[in-house]
Design a protein around this ligand. Structure first.
Ligand SMILES: Nc1ncnc2c1ncn2[C@@H]1O[C@H](COP(=O)(O)OP(=O)(O)OP(=O)(O)O)[C@@H](O)[C@H]1O
Ligand SMILES: [Mg+2]
Length: 113
């Protein structure tokens, strides 16, 4: 099982969510986060203004899928839907997940996704 964590520009959330649902991705978690990349927040525009502080608002999307194939689909979908071509478009991290439990039924791992 794989976890995809994507940090994207907040205004891209709707486009990315719609594209993921279209691609067959069923569950996801969204958080409002703040962060910076290699420009350290200094030269990135957010809502037309140059941020003078270091942390810029972003949205984090977390998705756990059963197979590498679905992980690739999720990554490619996010990559396309979140792209503006400007700095700060975000980043996608993929990692292994060892164990999943669906609380209601007690199902585990792939059965629980
Ligand atoms: N190495 C990292 N570890 C954890 N989070 C990161 C890392 N790099 C970026 N992020 C997160 O992703 C967000 C967007 O990063 P960003 O797109 O600016 O990356 P970048 O490497 O600076 O690329 P770009 O040159 O396109 O701006 C950051 O605000 C931060 O929340
Ligand atoms: Mg950056």
């Amino acid at each position: 099982m794989k976890k995809i964590e994507a940090i994207i520009k907040p205004f891209k959330l709707e486009d990315v969510k719609d594209a993921l649902i279209e691609a067959g991705i069923e569950g996801m978690t969204i958080s409002e986060v703040k962060g910076y990349g290699r420009q350290q927040g200094h030269s990135e525009l957010y809502r037309g203004a140059e941020y003078v502080i270091e942390f810029i608002p972003k949205v984090k999307i977390e998705i756990v899928v059963s197979t590498q194939e679905y992980a690739d689909i999720a990554v490619n979908t996010i990559k396309e839907a979140a792209l503006t071509g400007k700095i700060g478009d975000g980043k996608i991290f993929v990692s292994d997940i060892n164990h999943v439990v669906r609380i209601r039924t007690g199902e585990e791992d792939e059965e629980a996704l």
